[in-house]
Design a protein around this ligand. Sequence first.
Ligand code: PMP
Length: 439
Amino acid sequence: MSTTQRPRSEALYAEALAHIVGGVNSPSRSFKAVGGGAPVFMKRAKGAHFWDVDDNRYIDYLCAYGPIIAGHAHPHITEAITAAAANGTLYGTPTELEITLARMLKEAIPSLDKVRFVNSGTEAVMTTIRVARAYTKRSKIIKFAGCYHGHSDLVLVAAGSGPSTLGIPDSAGVPVSIANEVITVPFNDLDGLRTALDTFGEDVAAVMVEPIVGNFGMVMPKPGFLEGLCTMTREAGALVIYDEVISAFRFHYGSAQTYAAFPDHSAVEPDLTALGKIIGGGLPIGAYGGRKAVMEQVAPLGPAYQAGTMAGNPASISAGIACLEVLREPGVYERMDAQAARLADALQSSADRHGIPLTINRIRGSFSAHFCDHPVTNYDEAQNTDGERFARFFRLMLDQGVCLAPSKYEAWFLTTAHTDDDIDATIAAAEQAFAAMKD
Ligand code: PMP
């Protein structure tokens, strides 16, 4: 098996540690969860590949944690960014481009009567909570264990000891008073949600959920879960917030709430939706939107304040428009679906052949591969998988030029740029990795 050398990455990591906290600008980029050491420093990317500072080439399934769905440096997106930059990167005034992207989002996601652009998924989610609180004049939030909603205080709260208890801070610096505003229940557990609503209903402003989970692997809601969630939440007088930062435009040209798995879309429509990642085509972006009456809480129309110097900047908006134009082409999602199916099936049969328990959750062009022999439908089940085995697999794949996210909870993402050769090479690498892992 070929083993790549990465001396320059190691040297840069040592240098980065002296200047950047932890050597990385987002903790998920560190290799802490896969045994530590230097992460790979990349210098260039094109299509489904990137190259590190030691000139090793990798097939990319990390895809920047989701935004890179059209591959790296897609010519149409690059052209749009270049044109925007040439016209000036920031005006602090409205632009026509913002209307174009807002229209495109609304056409694809009908529950969005009105939208507002921000700069990250974190900001989008954080603001949906403020708006829901303003609208309902209530303060508590119910969320689901293992769903990640960015790093604002309210959503960095873990489960208490059950659905009738308040949360506990998941990060230092989040006050207990804030955790006291959050209740966490298991994903796919309508009974847990019912208990939480029965206990706290009058105080609950919103129930926040990733309608298709992307943060403890890819996990579909069980049939009836979203429908039940929407009904119960509204009966309790609270709003439904979908965090579609990963799921929007990931599985089809639209979002989870309009996905074919939910034939009656009106039964699963949220009041507010948070967006990010893909809709910025690889540049920083976030957006939130929803029902007109709810969105009219937002300044300058209403009393809920939210603002942003960089919000709606022409470069991010142009990249987003161009990315959605690429995704609107016929056959794009079908192709990613077929590539991912071939890859996931081959991984499964290779692991089976080598006697390595593997559970793959695939949703069209994305999947997660958990080292376990049980289904993964909630966070507990995702936690109860073999992290050491994943770490070994991750490194064996990396050394053969296949880059996955350095965490057992993250998904593999296909792009429009992955070729049949990339899939074949990945299957061959996995076969070698599983063979080596038997030892
Ligand atoms: N929500 C979800 C579902 C996410 O996956 C993420 C990021 N992984 C966020 C929110 C936060 O987005 P950002 O990193 O752009 O702040």
